[in-house]
Ligand binder design. Sequence first.
Ligand code: 13P
Ligand code: SF4
Length: 324
Amino acid sequence: MFTTVLPKPAPNQVTAIPSDLFRAIADLKQELNAVILAHYYQDPDIQDIADYIGDSLGLSRQAATTNADVIVFAGVHFMAETAKILNPDKLVLLPDLNAGCSLADSCPPDAFAKFKAQHRDHLVISYVNCTAEIKAMSDIICTSSNAVRIVNQIPKDQPIIFAPDQNLGRYVMAQTNREMVLWQGSCMVHELFSEKKIVQLQVEHPEAEVIAHPECEPQVLRHASYIGSTSALLKYVHESDTKAFIVATEPGIIHQMQKQTPHKKFIPAPPMKSCACNECPHMRLNTLEKIYLAMKNRTPEIILPEETRKAALKPMQRMLEMSA
Ligand code: 13P
Ligand code: SF4
């Protein structure tokens, strides 16, 4: 239940944007007892107004423990859905409902149910980048931060389906030295990095180390001296003595890297085409204006059928226990 009674939204949807957007969002945060959770791939302005910025595991943990009545999720749909799974009685707002995820979309529930039926004795471990329906069909959820740790806790003779990201799955197989059946999904951003251009950059910047997210393809990962989730990459560049990095993940993370270590150099890994397609088009749908309007109008809200939510909660709780 809400601990405070939320003030009613304006009877008609507000569309006007105040001149001091930062002040207006701060006022609404107080009025609604709201918390703004943002992923590292958000625009710098959004990261700067967030109460908490994190990777998927950190954001899930925050969502699981927040005292706020309203969660404003500056991220993509599956992340806001995860917050709702953990907080059925809170109002969870996603500033733009179109902020989806190509990886989550690559695993439709009907096809996944058939796939599961072909591997009945398998335990299903699903990467958090999937829909609530897929979570509901899974035994354990993982993120890129804890996937290796979770798989290592499963008895060696237990066969596993890993879904939906084949690249993370392959990386986990190599790290844990065990076979898994992989769903063949992938992220449209992380599969676009150009190995050739990364190698060229290494030649031009011999002082730079390549660091990469495990959603990248093997031909990119093999050039990386460090592979990790967004928060692991951030920690690594902070603690490393190296002064320059070629960063193979969505470049939104570079804002925090630069803030944390302004004296270091961060070069975004280039995509194959000459485009800004290393920026996640879904993540980048959120704007400060949309965050303000979502809070002012208390919409768009994440709503989930209770049966799906309950079924999806179990593997989420298992993940939180196994990575405590
Ligand atoms: P993490 O922040 O958990 O590493 O995930 C990256 C990602 O692709 C989120 O969509
Ligand atoms: Fe999904 Fe890839 Fe965007 Fe992450 S970066 S939200 S995995 S499309």
